[in-house]
Design a protein around this ligand. Structure first.
Ligand SMILES: Cc1cc2nc3c(=O)[nH]c(=O)nc-3n(C[C@H](O)[C@H](O)[C@H](O)COP(=O)(O)O)c2cc1C
Length: 154
């Protein structure tokens, strides 16, 4: 199964989770690759005048993992824009994760996952699992848990 890990990341927290997921998926016998959602002119947190640079194509993957940071209690604008614009996910299995700075999952994490879920389902995907990684002392443990969980989904 070819799995695409598609992430947007400004300070590389989300990207580093993607790398760990990638390694775990390869270790468990999957074919996985990471693609970044980037903005023309460099990644930045603003939500205005976003133009995406070579947005990743979802069509060549059997399954997908989407990841992004929480910004202002929601999914980061560039990732939301990318997901709204991406092609069909009809009958593809997907998993979703976000990274965030504030301690509790409900300070944006739950909402961002809900936004991603809604977009994926509207494009025909089957959402298999989700994860929220709070960037604190415990984040390595949480990343390992999410990697373990996701490696059993596909
Ligand atoms: C503009 C901005 C808004 C943010 N808003 C939130 C927020 O509402 N809730 C939260 O938990 N973290 C928030 N954060 C923290 C980021 O979600 C966190 O640092 C994340 O891991 C960054 O991911 P990245 O390194 O992949 O860009 C915010 C960060 C920025 C830059």
């Amino acid at each position: 199964m070819k799995i695409g890990i598609i992430v947007h990341s400004i300070t590389n927290n989300t990207y580093s989770v993607a790398q760990k997921l990638h390694d775990k998926l390869i270790e468990t016998g999957h074919n996985a690759e990471i693609q970044r959602v980037s903005m023309v002119g460099g990644d930045r947190p603003e939500g205005k005048n976003i133009e995406l640079e070579n947005p990743p194509d979802v069509s060549s993957y059997d399954a997908l993992i989407f990841g992004g940071p929480v910004h202002a209690f929601s999914l980061a604008p560039a990732m939301k824009m990318y997901m709204e614009q991406m092609g069909s996910l009809q009958d593809k299995k997907v998993a979703l994760f976000v990274t965030k700075g504030l301690r509790f999952e409900w300070t944006g994490g739950t909402r961002a996952i809900g936004q991603m879920k809604k977009i994926c389902q509207s494009k025909g995907a089957i959402v298999m699992g989700t994860g929220i990684v709070v960037w604190n002392k415990q984040h390595d443990k949480k990343i390992a848990e999410v990697a373990q969980k996701f490696s059993n989904l596909f």
